[in-house]
Design a protein around this ligand. Structure first.
Ligand SMILES: [Zn+2]
Ligand SMILES: [Zn+2]
Ligand SMILES: [Zn+2]
Length: 114
């Protein structure tokens, strides 16, 4: 049976409908938001590139780079290289990508394309 995770708090649900109907204290919209990436053995924070073994752990820790102050999972696949979605610059890992300033990005940091 497929499992769905909220990308803001890491809570697990058996269907997306249930997930989206319940309030979430960690979410900027106050509702759970489904993680749309693939299930994997490792997950990276979209904002800082830190690596975690599961979404639940990732979402429990504070992130100084994230607008919600919590890590948010990157929803793309794991690749050999990552492109910034704002400027297209190429990086070999998410950790490096998220550390450098980007003049095209609203946050002034590169953000990975999926
Ligand atoms: Zn949630
Ligand atoms: Zn982070
Ligand atoms: Zn960029």
């Amino acid at each position: 049976m497929a499992k769905y995770f909220c990308k803001h708090c890491g809570q697990e649900f058996y269907d997306v409908r249930t997930l989206t109907q319940y309030p979430c204290s960690d979410s900027p919209t106050s509702m759970h938001v489904p993680y749309e990436g693939e299930e994997s053995s490792k997950y990276f924070c979209f904002y800082c590139g830190q690596e975690f073994s599961d979404i639940r752990t990732l979402t429990q820790y504070p992130c100084s780079d994230s607008p919600t102050s919590k890590h948010v999972p990157y929803e793309g696949t794991i690749k050999d290289k990552y492109l910034c979605k704002h400027c297209g610059q190429e990086f070999s890992d998410l950790r490096t990508l998220t550390q450098y300033p980007c003049s095209n990005s609203p946050r002034n940091k590169h953000e990975p394309r999926r």
